[in-house]
Design a protein around this ligand. Sequence first.
Ligand code: NA7
Length: 548
Amino acid sequence: MSEIETDQNASFDAIIVGAGFAGMHMLHQLRQMGLTARIYETADNVGGTWYWNRYPGARCDAESVAYSYSWDEDLEQEWEWTERYSTQPEILRYAIHVSERFDLRKDIRFERRVTAIHYNEGANRWDVATDQGDSASAHYVIMATGCLSVPALPDIAGLDDYKGNRYQASQWPHEEVDFTGQHVGVIGTGSSAIQAIPVMARQAAQLTVFQRTPNFSVPAQNRPLDDDWVAGFKKNYRGHRHNQKYGLNSGFGDLKVELGETVPLADAANDISEEELLAGMEARWQQGGATFLSLVMDSMIDDDSNALFANFIHNKIRETVKDPETAEALCPTTHPVGSRRICVDIDYFETYNRDNVSLVNLLKNPIERITETGIQLADGHVELDSLVLATGFDAMTGALARIDIQGEGGEKLLDKWEAGPRTYMGLMMSGFPNLFTITGPGSPSVLSNMMVSIEMHVEFISKCIANAADKGADKVQVTKSNEDWWVNHVNEVANATLYRKGGSWYLGANIKGKPRVFMPYASGVGPYRELCEKVMDQDFRGFEFVAA
Ligand code: NA7
């Protein structure tokens, strides 16, 4: 039942929500198929995550040559990445370039937040409304709303009492923020903070980091990209893309193969000598990057194997951070390494050796409240000119939950997901025909290089829509029993890994009242792709195509 009165002049084959990398690729793909499509986007430009997350030091944790579109070989060859890990401004420039090069912008309506999406059963169409009062309808709706797009504010008393400058990492101002001469406080020590802290420390007079849970981080070993290296890499771009899609590194690519390293070294850490393992870890540490744990196959399955990697990082922290108390506080001990997305940093631990940086261990000295001028701890008050919140996101379901999505019989998605998200393959929900999610819960999504997962889903959704057209079907849907099976399967896979011990936003653990359900599919990108390909080959087994 739809209560949205739609504009008759705004009728499309598909409406896409979000103009990040997922939405832009989807739009391009649908256009190639001869379909009409429109994107609605909250921001005034494309880029999604890379539009919003402008905090100092913001970079991708996947290598630039791997975190880029693979679907246009000319673009791939022509675009010049300048560093091993691209900065936010460079990635945003790339996103804008793509939107112009493929003339996508004419089909994007900016500064419009989609507020409601209702299924009109009689017409077998979806009606869409935005906060600017416009409305439209489409046969298909594709949610490209991102996994980390709804910021989470910390539940700390007095947050709004603070009278100094308050910044949020994921909603950073567009104009430059200058911390010179200031006393700055940062709450949070996730990926965002770990990237921002070293940069802010170089400006601030005094930087105080308020840490609740320390995180594992490996050095990026970032460097400017060398022309010869890039030319060599680009010669075999198809081979690298194949590795990203099917390899063991969750889409990050097997870039280390170039150094002659066998990946992985062994099935189990136990299968090789301690010396061999340590040498492998050291080589990876020196090489840097998020694939540190894939040295052996059982690092995310076996507690003992994982502990060897955790110990290695603890020792690196102790070697790096001069003050022993600070070093111990920075060593994560409450979760397996990798059970929260491993951070990739530039001089993070080294930053704590600066005279102007101090760490407050909130486990020993908790925040009592935020005051007008700073932070009141159980022991002491810290005066601050600026307060930076790097406190994460309502991940994976947050953006979908904020839209009034109503399917067959007026069922609300929010009600359907009351006990946690339920999808089939992270792509569709029963009772919500013709509505797809790109990198939805139940797919590898945040456990991967997002670009690779996005491309997999755009390919699947386009082929699924083409298949419906070939069959003369008006409706693509999934059954509740298949969905139930998939949800159980996602849980089984997660339970066989150490991810379940992370207590992280993967589980919704950072949001008060959110059901504790492990949301991403932990099989890895390669096996998931193989499954998607098998489903497609078997006439989209599990998906129903019906004439309405
Ligand atoms: P994260 O990884 O969710 O980090 C949020 C941080 O904020 C984390 O250290 C939290 O500590 C901390 N936090 C949240 N609430 C509080 C309160 N109330 N008090 C103290 N500390 C708090 O978000 P990021 O933006 O850094 O990274 C998200 C992803 O973006 C990342 O994984 C990459 O994929 C890119 P906690 O762990 O809850 O104790």
